[in-house]
Ligand binder design. Structure first.
Ligand code: HEM
Length: 227
């Protein structure tokens, strides 16, 4: 057991864990986006989808998976960032001025992914409170705003049609896309995956997926605003 702890607390092990949990979260977001597209169809389709999700095993899997993956991902990434900062500090100013300048774009991308991710955490906390933690009040009709029992679609529309929440959802969704734009590539780099032929495909494919996820979620507060 101690070899397992040793492996996953080593620098390489932590990078691996951050990458695996990150890609797990991307998978969740792809499923979440596909499910949410039902919002745009008839009024009952989204509620039926949510109802079948909650009556099956999938919601337990998602809840447990997220409760493990989220803290692990954040913990590993922050721990690695602290280590990197310490290592740079020990190397002194000379290296910081030459080596880092050359890699300025990479450093900026990695820093904005880290800080963007921490801001994203704030959005996710509010979002989970809005819909997941108020699942019972939505189910029994005490959510307010004229939302009927079990009418998750009306709860989403009532929330996102408030300008401050609509703006937060649009910004949170765009930030998600931005975070994944660099995050997906970083995950593959952590696995040590480099190949002159396949790396450009991973970079382009990851960028395309991040754009689809970011703009896909952003279309929802915009749709609520325009309807
Ligand atoms: C902007 C459009 C979005 C809408 C309309 C939306 C809607 C919802 C709804 C209705 C739920 C509750 C599902 C249920 O209990 O059946 C939910 C859960 C959740 N959403 Fe979103 N979502 C959006 C974007 C996002 C984004 C961008 C993220 C992450 C960055 C995210 C992360 C989550 C998480 C973590 C849960 C909890 C899932 C669980 O507990 O299993 N959502 N969302």
């Amino acid at each position: 057991m101690s070899w397992l702890v040793k492996t996953f607390t080593s620098h390489t092990g932590r990078k691996l864990l951050a990458g695996i949990t990150g890609l797990g979260l991307v998978l969740f977001l792809v499923m979440h986006l596909i499910g949410n597209l039902q919002l745009f169809s008839s009024s009952s389709a989204f509620n039926e989808y949510a109802h079948s999700l909650h009556s099956g095993f999938l919601i337990v899997l998602a809840d447990v998976g997220l409760l493990i993956a989220f803290p692990l991902h954040i913990g590993m990434v922050v721990w690695l960032a602290i280590d990197n900062k310490k290592a740079r500090g020990a190397q002194g100013y000379k290296v910081a001025n030459t080596k880092q300048k050359r890699n300025l774009a990479a450093v900026l991308a990695s820093k904005s992914t880290l800080y963007g991710g921490l801001v994203l955490l704030f959005f996710v906390a509010i979002h989970v409170w809005h819909f997941r933690l108020q699942h019972e009040s939505i189910a029994n009709g005490t959510f307010g705003g004229g939302v009927g029992p079990g009418d998750l679609k009306s709860a989403v529309i009532a929330t996102l049609s408030k300008p401050h929440w609509g703006a937060l959802y649009a910004i949170g969704s765009l930030l998600t896309g931005w975070h994944l734009f660099h995050g997906i590539q970083a995950a593959f780099r952590s696995f040590g995956a480099y190949h002159p032929r396949y790396t450009p495909i991973i970079v382009k494919g990851g960028g395309a997926l991040a754009t689809i996820i970011g703009l896909g979620f952003t279309s929802m507060p915009i749709w609520v605003l325009l309807r």
